[in-house]
Structure formats: structure tokens, C-alpha cells
Design a protein around this ligand. Structure first.
Ligand code: CA
Length: 413
């Protein structure tokens, strides 16, 4: 139902007040997109004057907009995004999956010299730079395949993100004008994030670096991520990163802990936290990494952390606690660290990460080709779960839970 109502919102926003039957949504989308193409082209013409007033030349503008159309995919993805929410542990299982850790370690070796130079120049730990790269584009594999001018012009025209779209579009045009990239190679996500570490144009203008010295700040080059990685390090440096300091440490809370103190707004020295009875999860006093806050991402039942200034620095890149944790933890894992010691409150029947991996391994062995187990229970795994349940003569639930794993183990594939 939620998808349906979202689709109706699209229709109403784009056409004004069209009446549409629910089962005609996709057809109606097509018609409306066709109707709005001409409106979009008129908008492109009128925005030209705005761009020219803001220092973009006519030549740059016309070059950048050659062949650009209203992008229906951008509109759809923009509507969809708000509905996306996941539990923190599911997000972290995906974000810091064993495969991403393994690939990160491989990149640490492959780009050893470049990373060492970047670390030295910007004072940002190489594992953190790698973690951002891993999260943003899976180390350059998913940089986005949407024309950035088209994406931003669509967002600016469509209305929901008009201000963002207009501002980013002007910066994108200036990037083209400077000669950093040609319009046809300026690709990225539907939301305007570009290259290996997914910079939006304003961040690019503020922080991008020409690290290899060829005169272009090329954060898109599939063969050479050095400009992009240096740009990310520069972003962290300018945001106040302190080298050799952790984002946070996992801690054990004392029995009499006052949960009112578990807030990012409450900051105290490690000495004070030690005094209150907090300890490192594997024992020992909390070392002095400066003032920190107690952070309980899943409430009192899950792992507990003390997070330091670097945690806030990561949030300058993407303002979400879950993202900051993912970057910090992935960096720790690439460095050779382990998983958290405390368990997440996953709920009855839910699988832990190693159990999800076991399910995928066993399904592979049973002949369902899932590729290398990654612990992400996505559509492919769910399809396999359903199919094998049918083959067992069960009413399929498609659910990879403890009950399912128990049967799967018993069948001993
Ligand atoms: Ca360069």
C-alpha cells in the first residue's frame, strides 16, 4: 500500500491533479513523464539565464545540456528513499560485511604507496579513507551511472528538492567549465553524488584535490582512485580529524549506570567515565582519547560505546550515527580488529551475521547459486529460501530465521 500511495504522490506532483486508477499507475507514469518532458525542456531554457548570471558560459551550458532529458528513474528513486529504514544491526551487517572487509584489506595492499602519501599529507588514517571508499562505492565498483546534469536538473525541476537541485546544478556546471571532467563522463547517483567517494558538487568544489598533479580533479577515474581518496582525506582533515585516535571504543557499563548519561550531548573525560565504573569491553580502563559520550545505538540491550571527536568528524561527511559507526567499524576491521563483543537485540528467531553466512553457504551447497556468501539476506537469498522450502514440501515463508537454519542444518547439504 505504501508503494501505491507514493506512486499517486508522483502523479499528482507531476501533473497537477490527474485522476488515476491504482492499477494504471505505471502506465500513467509514462504518460505523465511524456507530458512533463516538454515542460522540462522549457525549464532548461529558462534556467540558462540563471546559470549565465552565475558565471556559467553559454558554451558550457549548452554543452552540458546536450541530450539531457527529465529522468524518470531519478524521480522514482527520490520518492522511494524516504521509506527506507532498517535496524542498525542489519545496516551494519551489510555495510561492514566480511566481503567488504576482505576487499578493504586487499585495497590496503594494492594502494599501499598512494595511501601512505595521502595519510602523510592530510593526517588522516588510511583505513578510514578506505572505509569511506568501501561504503560509498564498494571500492569504485558502484559509482553510479546517471548523468549528473540530468539528475540534478530533474531534482531542480521536479520540486521536492528544488533548492538543492539548483545549487548543486550550478556547481556541477562550474566543474565542467573548469575542465575537470567532460559532461558525458560526469556520472553519479540519482542524488548527485559523484565518483569513488560520492561527493556532491558543493563538497567537490570545497574539498576535491588533484593529487596526481595532472591539472584535473578526477574523482571518477576507474583506474586511479588517488584524486578521490585524497579528496576524502582532505574533507576529513578540514573537518578536524585527529590521526591515530579512535572514533570510539566498545565499553561495558556498570550495573548502576545512569542511562540519562547515555547521550551524545553528555561529554566527559575518560577519567570521569572510569570513575563512574565504565570499562573497556575486554577489560581495562578507558584510555585518554579526549572527551567522549556514551553511545547506545540499539538502546540498553545492545553494545555500548564511548565515542570521541572523530565520530563527530565522520558525521560531517554524512550526518547519521549509523553511517559514522559503519565507517569507524569498517576501518577498525580493515586494520585487523574484530566484531563487537556484545550482541545486538535482534529479536526472537533472527539470525546473527555468522548464521546468515552459514545459511548462504548451505544454500550454495544445496545447489542454489548465491555467489560468495556476504551475509546480506537480499532478494536472491530469499528466493532460494522459498525455493528450498517448496522442495521440502513446506508452505514457504521465504524467511531466513533460526527455524529455517535448524531444518537446513538437519538436511545436511
Ligand atoms: Ca588529477
Amino acid at each position: 500500500m505504501r508503494i501505491l500511495s507514493t506512486a499517486l504522490v508522483v502523479v499528482i506532483t507531476l501533473s497537477g491533479a490527474a485522476m488515476v486508477q491504482a492499477n494504471d499507475i505505471s502506465k500513467a507514469d509514462d504518460i505523465i513523464v511524456a507530458q512533463t518532458q516538454s515542460g522540462f525542456q522549457r525549464w532548461v531554457k529558462s534556467f540558462r539565464a540563471v546559470a549565465l548570471k552565475n558565471g556559467v558560459t553559454a558554451r558550457t551550458y549548452d554543452r552540458a545540456f546536450r541530450g539531457v532529458k527529465l529522468n524518470a528513474r531519478v524521480v522514482k528513486l527520490d520518492r522511494k528513499q524516504a521509506e527506507f529504514s532498517r535496524e542498525i544491526w542489519d545496516y551494519l551487517d551489510t555495510a561492514t560485511s566480511p566481503k567488504r572487509v576482505k576487499n578493504g584489506k586487499a585495497m590496503l595492499v594494492k594502494y599501499k604507496k598512494t595511501l601512505a602519501r595521502i595519510e602523510q599529507k592530510y593526517g588522516v588514517d588510511r583505513e578510514v579513507v578506505l572505509a569511506v571508499w568501501g561504503l560509498e562505492s564498494s571500492y569504485g565498483k558502484n559509482m553510479g551511472d546517471i548523468n549528473i546534469i540530468e539528475a540534478l536538473a530533474t531534482l531542480a525541476y521536479d520540486g521536492r528538492r528544488e533548492k538543492f537541485g539548483r545549487q548543486q546544478l550550478l556547481e556541477a556546471l562550474r566543474i565542467i567549465q573548469r575542465g575537470d571532467i567532460t559532461p558525458d563522463r560526469m556520472m553519479g547517483s540519482w542524488a548527485g553524488a559523484m565518483g569513488h567517494t560520492q561527493f556532491i558538487p558543493t563538497s567537490y568544489q570545497a574539498f576535491a584535490q588533484d593529487f596526481d598533479g595532472d591539472g584535473k580533479r578526477n574523482v571518477w577515474d576507474p583506474r586511479d582512485p588517488s584524486d578521490a581518496l585524497a579528496s576524502t582525506a582532505n574533507y576529513f582533515k578540514k573537518s578536524g580529524w585527529t590521526k591515530n585516535q579512535p572514533w570510539g571504543v566498545e565499553v561495558k557499563l556498570p550495573k548502576d549506570f545512569y542511562y540519562g548519561n547515555a547521550s551524545l550531548k553528555v561529554k566527559a573525560t575518560p577519567a570521569r567515565w572510569n570513575e563512574l565504573g565504565l570499562r573497556l569491553i575486554r577489560g581495562g580502563k578507558i584510555p585518554n582519547h579526549g572527551k567522549g559520550s556514551v553511545f547506545l545505538p540499539a538502546g540498553s540491550d545492545g553494545p555500548a560505546f564511548i565515542v570521541f571527536k572523530n565520530f563527530q568528524v565522520i558525521k560531517r561527511y554524512n550526518n547519521a550515527n549509523s553511517y559514522a559507526m559503519a565507517v569507524g567499524h569498517l576501518a577498525d576491521r580493515i586494520k585487523g580488529g574484530g566484531y563487537f563483543a556484545q550482541e545486538w537485540p535482534r529479536g526472537p528467531g533472527a539470525l546473527k551475521l555468522d548464521e546468515k553466512l552459514e545459511v548462504q553457504k548451505l544454500l550454495n551447497r544445496a545447489g542454489y547459486d548465491l555467489g560468495e556468501p556476504d551475509g546480506i539476506i537480499g532478494p536472491k537469498t530469499i528466493d532460494a529460501v522459498t525455493a528450498i522450502q517448496v522442495s521440502w514440501g513446506q508452505q514457504p515463508s521465504g524467511k531466513a530465521d533460526q527455524e529455517f537454519l535448524k531444518v537446513l542444518r538437519k538436511k545436511a547439504y
